[in-house]
Design a protein around this ligand. Structure first.
Ligand code: SF4
Ligand code: SF4
Length: 470
């Protein structure tokens, strides 16, 4: 009797990447890899690589906790996931981080841009690129607060948010709300060329962080991703951010075979910068403008990025880079301490057996509720300056055989994060229900980033589908 050439692991739902109709999908293991296998009755079979590490993938399925709910939901369940965003009552996780896009305009026109932003007045879909009005933006921020009460992180985004003429009024408004941590998602051009702007931005510290595009040290890679050699701009932006010591996360958009060989070098560079608190690695999501990107050939999975970090950076071991319990399939994180120029992964401070004992499924872990809560807090995306320092100290205090370093502050924190967004190719409906990175839509909805770029952003592939249906 012939045997299947793969192991059928689980059943979920997805969509056809061509027509976005909902399909059943099998998760299968084959040759050490994990694939999503789906069948559309019009467009046939499709198979997409979703992980190259079966054990880590299985660990993610167990590294979960009951979801935290928002204070309210914004839509009803009518057509089924993913067509009811959101957040609909079927969503399993509140917003750990919400993007508020304040403009469609940008001072760059990157060949890769999920928002299809740019310098021209009209997009390729003939949509006019506009700055949102202050009134619209206040409404969006108020919606986030109404959903969350005290939102963990609100990320002011775009387009390029720093070119909005009312940028500082928007920050003032956001600062007047009970938001724990504000981030500015930027390409760094304004920060680089306008020192006074940077000085004024620094007045909003603490509780504000720059999320700085930083993809490569190579001119050719930057031209492919950003359409320009922006090395000098990045260098000057970092110089200003160091000068004013504004908390910064470097954000690396990764394309397989292009800049994935620079991961270790970027981590080393980040560790040398006073202002940098961490690096986020983000494989390209197949959405928006995708010039020169083939979603099947160039796809880069979270486990591949994790493997590359471990191969290229001597600072982190496999036990350091763990799934984030909010949304383990798509988020992974490592925490380290920067103390006196040394990098100390959190786990390096601990008796290894003690750390292994607090991992999921261990008896100790299950029995120690306080320890479990602290681990979840530490590895949640809630990391405002005050909360990180506090939870880190609490964690260290909880564990035996550890001398808690005194005087730890947010400046000693260094975190590596991998953020993978799903798209029409790798969408797993079981997983997207846990997503905790959301976008505030101007109409009042709060929508997972993954589905927003697929269906709900005006001009996106699925927009006619949901617009027609609603
Ligand atoms: S992704 Fe979440 S908000 Fe959107 S339809 Fe599914 S459960 Fe609802
Ligand atoms: S990716 Fe960012 S910097 Fe590039 S065009 Fe889009 S919004 Fe502008």
């Amino acid at each position: 009797m012939p045997t299947r050439p793969y192991l059928f692991y689980a059943l979920t739902n997805s969509v056809c990447s061509k027509c976005l109709a909902k399909t059943e999908a099998k998760i299968i293991f084959r040759d050490g890899n994990v694939y999503l296998m789906k069948h559309c009755s019009f467009h046939g079979r499709e198979e997409v690589l979703i992980a190259d590490d079966i054990e880590y993938y299985k660990q993610c399925q167990e590294f979960i906790k009951p979801g935290d709910m928002p204070r309210r939901f914004n839509t009803a369940i009518e057509r089924g996931c993913p067509y009811d965003c959101g957040l609909c009552p079927d969503h399993e996780q509140h917003s750990c981080l919400t993007l508020v896009e304040i403009t469609d305009r940008c001072n760059l026109s990157c060949p890769i841009c999920y928002a299809d932003s740019g310098t021209e007045e009209f997009s390729s879909k003939d949509l006019q690129r506009r700055h949102r009005s202050l009134e619209q933006i206040e409404h969006m921020i108020e919606n986030v607060v109404a959903n969350e009460g005290e939102p963990d992180i609100v990320q002011i985004s775009g387009g390029e948010p720093t070119i909005h003429p009312e940028f500082f009024q928007i920050l003032d408004f956001a600062k007047s709300k009970p938001i724990k941590h504000l981030m500015i998602n930027t390409n760094g051009m304004r920060i680089a060329i306008d020192r006074e702007f940077c000085d004024r931005l620094s007045q909003y510290m603490p509780g504000i962080e720059v999320y700085l595009q930083f993809d490569s040290f190579e001119a050719a890679a930057l031209k492919e991703l950003r359409g320009a050699d922006v090395r000098a701009i990045r260098e000057q932006a970092i110089a200003h951010l160091n000068e004013f010591n504004i908390s910064t996360t470097l954000v690396v958009t990764l394309k397989k075979g292009l800049n994935d060989g620079e991961i270790g070098k970027i981590i080393d560079y980040a560790l040398q910068q006073k202002c940098v608190r961490g690096v986020t690695f983000q494989p390209i999501q197949a959405a928006g403008r995708l010039e020169g990107f083939d979603p099947t050939r160039d796809r880069y999975t979270l486990t591949e990025v994790r493997r590359a970090i471990l191969q290229q950076s001597p600072h982190f071991q496999p036990k350091d880079l763990l799934p984030v319990p909010c949304h383990p399939d798509c988020l992974a994180m490592a925490y380290a301490l920067k103390i006196n120029g040394q990098v100390i992964p959190l786990t390096g401070l601990l008796d290894p057996t003690a750390f292994i004992n607090v991992m999921p499924n261990s008896v100790v872990y299950e029995q120690n509720e306080e320890l479990k809560q602290n681990i979840f807090k530490l590895f949640s995306t809630n990391h405002s300056p005050s909360s990180s320092a506090t939870t880190l100290k609490q964690l260290l205090c909880c564990l035996p055989l550890v001398n808690v370093p005194t005087g730890l502050t947010y400046e000693n924190i260094f975190r590596i994060m991998i953020v993978q967004f799903m798209d029409a190719f790798n969408l797993d409906v079981r997983s997207v229900k846990r997503s905790c990175i959301h976008i505030a839509d101007p109409d009042g909805r709060i929508i997972p980033f993954d589905t927003y770029n697929m269906f709900y952003r005006e001009g996106s592939q699925g927009y006619p589908l949901v617009a027609y249906r609603s």
